[in-house]
Ligand binder design. Sequence first.
Ligand SMILES: [Zn+2]
Length: 127
Amino acid sequence: MSNKTNEDGIKAIAEALRAGGTLLSTACPVCDSPLIRINDKIYCKVCNKEVMIYKDESELPKEVQRALKKNAASTGDSNESKVQQTINKKIEALRKRLEEADDPDEIIKLSDAIEKLHATLTKIRDE
Ligand SMILES: [Zn+2]
């Protein structure tokens, strides 16, 4: 037998259905088996554990939302991180101009702009 786990899983699913569970169209994110709803809770009978399904991110616990946000920012594919990248680039460009600036007004203007961009960056990061 090559697929023993899968067979056991199917058996477990069938048993859960007999016991009054409802077969869902959603698949388990871990093993891709059909999920079963029992008493308002969703289980994967193959993984043999409860599975949490959320319709959208706002339903997730706060810590999970924060972790997801942090993750998205570090992988660089969220809108937020694009804004951060742009601000970082601007800060870098302003820093270079500041290095070469002689005029006191220019220096004040540049450092003021850098400081404001930094504050924006910190604000985005902490949100
Ligand atoms: Zn599973």
